[in-house]
Design a binder for this molecule. Structure first.
Ligand code: DX5
Ligand code: ZN
Length: 212
């Protein structure tokens, strides 16, 4: 599996050092929150510009924002490799998926724990990535919600049957035990925040998570 560290739980007063401490990670997960779609606010596309000065990791942008269609250009123009918006925040997801892809950026969609995975059925053939939230979006350090496992399994089965190519990513409450559970049902990318940033041997933890 690929590990995409989320630096939401890192020490922002020494951000460059914190990002460099996970330099072995191939992906970096950006948790963008607008205070509307979720009650917290974090940062916007400026963060991609700042971190882009010293990182060439895959920028995996998770937009927990209202009206994502209004803001995606900011992320396209500042080095996003994947842009994932929320199904619950979009009026025309297929149009936005195709717009993002027309700009040469991979398009993902995310669903919250209470959203049924079947709502994505008609979009699957178009998507590069599906992000299954295994916590309520809005903050790090929460407990893994097991209904994510059925959703990952569902998406993995359809992918196999219909030979789709999307990546399945999971986000929230991932540690060694839950990483094993999601891998067993077909997950490709794990977002890990507090479990990595609460420890000092971060690159070691990343390697072990990728090989559970
Ligand atoms: C929550 C974010 C997650 C979160 C994961 O809204 O989308 O990426 O930071 O953090 P942990 O791994 O601490 O649950
Ligand atoms: Zn996230």
């Amino acid at each position: 599996m690929i590990c995409a560290p989320s630096f939401l739980s890192s020490n922002f007063s020494k951000l460059k050092q914190e990002i460099l401490s996970i330099n072995e990670a191939k992906w970096l997960h950006f948790d963008v929150m607008d205070g509307l779609f979720v009650s917290n606010t974090t940062y916007d596309h400026q963060m991609l510009k700042t971190i882009g000065e010293f990182s060439n990791q895959v920028f995996d942008c998770h937009l927990m924002i209202e009206k994502p269609e209004k803001y995606v250009d900011n992320y396209i123009e500042n080095g996003a490799d994947y842009i994932t918006f929320h199904y619950e925040a979009s009026h025309n997801p297929l149009k936005l998926i195709q717009y993002i892809q027309s700009k040469g950026v991979k398009a993902g969609i995310s669903i919250k724990p209470n959203t049924r995975v079947e709502v994505l059925d008609d979009l699957l053939e178009y998507l590069d990535l599906i992000l299954i939230m295994s916590v309520e979006p809005g903050k790090g350090g929460q407990k893994f919600i097991p209904n994510a496992l059925d959703k990952i399994n569902y998406l993995n089965n359809i992918r196999t049957q219909k030979k789709y190519e999307y990546l399945i990513e999971v986000d929230g409450g991932i540690q060694f035990d839950t990483a094993k559970m999601v891998k067993n049902v077909g997950c490709d990318v794990i977002v890990v925040g507090s479990f990595i940033f609460n420890q000092s041997n971060r690159n070691q933890i990343i390697k072990e998570l990728e090989n559970v």
